[in-house]
Design a protein around this ligand. Structure first.
Ligand code: NPQ
Ligand code: MG
Length: 369
């Protein structure tokens, strides 16, 4: 397959509810979409980068620049045998994983359409439905957070994740556990703590959390191992795992017992599958994390989450958890039993509503060889 053209878009969607984490508060979702054209087909991918370098070092602007000036030119007009090869062709650019993931996903989509096979099938998925959870931000008051949890549990979500940061942690989780004694519950600190705060996590050990996500620095494996040794609750790493070999190192060091896999953070679906396999070989369960993707990235995440070692509910909420109107039709919906169906279409393109994408496009450029 030879890429004849690649169209880059910056899209901007209002969020239904503001989302606050330890690194900031978002009211709008921005992302870079990649549409790759080959053999009369259009393949879509999403680089779920943010406007500011708060989750990692990438932004909409860095993604636009690195795609337009380096990554797309490296693929345009060249034969691509298999989407698994794309990461090797892009390796000359250091890091910029979410940016690379957007381009690679577009090639996976083209490939799925060309072969008439679902992404689930191409990636090695084994499930028709996946259990999903909901990720809740920091709210003005604990009462507000409790109301949000009640609402989402009533919708059928069977796992709740809440963001924490210093000053909004132990007492908040204590109240949630008091109100919801049997609810599968986990927290995500997005690197807001240091090893000096270990007592905070020891205090939360009594709440029977599923896991504590990324408590310490985003580039750390050693201090996380020291913290994990002091906790009963499994540590789960997100930001610290940016290569499949980081998962091997984390397993060898004992840095965590669970890994949050995001194709965006790992530089694409191929690296995400490889990380899944590395974790499986070390007996470490994984779950699929989210970056508030639009339906374009969300459908690919759902296909990935159908692989066998994805054994915990993912941040794969329904489209209406974040958006008034998603860019895909039908949108991702939550089944009454707290699961979401794994897409069966040949790629994501069949569900992409280009009219809706056009409405939220704030910048676009088409690149040709
Ligand atoms: C995480 N995702 O697991 C990330 C944090 C995150 C669902 O918690 C816009 C606004 C983009 C908030 C990307 C979840 C975001 C965002 C990621 C939060 O750490
Ligand atoms: Mg996280």
């Amino acid at each position: 397959m030879r890429l004849e053209a690649v169209e880059l878009r910056v899209v901007e969607l209002p969020l239904r509810f503001p989302f606050e984490t330890s690194f900031g508060r978002e009211e709008t979702k921005r992302a870079v979409l990649v549409c790759a054209y080959a053999d009369g087909l259009a393949g879509w991918g999403e680089a779920p980068v943010m406007s500011a370098p708060l989750y990692n070092e990438e932004t909409v602007e860095t993604a636009w620049h690195v795609l337009r000036d380096f990554l797309v030119p490296a693929l345009l007009g060249q034969p691509v045998e298999h989407p698994r090869d794309v990461r090797h062709r892009l390796r000359f650019v250091r890091r910029h994983h979410m940016t690379k993931a957007g381009l690679e996903a577009a090639v996976w989509d083209l490939f799925a359409q060309r072969r008439g096979r679902s992404l689930r099938n191409l990636l090695g998925g084994v499930r028709d439905r996946v259990e999903v959870g909901v990720s809740l931000g920091i709210e003005p008051t604990v009462a507000d957070l409790v109301r949000r949890v009640e609402a989402f549990v009533a919708q059928g979500y069977r796992r709740v994740k809440v963001k924490i940061r210093p000053g909004w942690d132990v007492e908040v989780v204590r109240e949630l556990r008091r109100r919801f004694p049997d609810l599968p519950l986990q927290v995500d600190a997005n690197s807001a703590y240091t090893l000096d705060d270990a007592a905070v996590f020891e205090a939360m050990d009594e709440f029977g959390l599923l896991l504590v996500e990324q408590p310490l620095a985003e580039d750390d494996l050693v201090d996380h191992a020291k913290l994990q040794a002091r906790l009963r609750t499994p540590v789960c790493l997100d930001e610290s795992i940016v290569h499949p070999h980081d998962a091997r190192k984390a397993a060898e060091l004992g840095s965590c017992r669970v890994v949050n896999i995001k194709p965006a953070r790992l530089g694409g679906l191929a690296n995400a599958v490889e990380t899944h396999d590395v974790c499986a070989s070390h007996g470490m369960p994984v779950w699929c994390g989210g970056m508030l993707e639009t339906g374009i990235g969300r459908l690919a995440n759902l296909a990935l989450a159908s692989l066998p070692n994805f054994r915990l509910p993912g941040d794969l909420s329904a489209s209406d958890r974040y958006f008034h109107e998603d860019l895909i039709e039908p949108p991702v919906v939550l089944e009454r039993d707290g699961t979401v169906r794994v897409p069966t279409e040949a790629g994501v393109a069949p569900r992409v509503r280009r009219d809706r994408v056009d409405r939220v496009t704030v910048r676009r450029e088409c690149l040709r060889p």
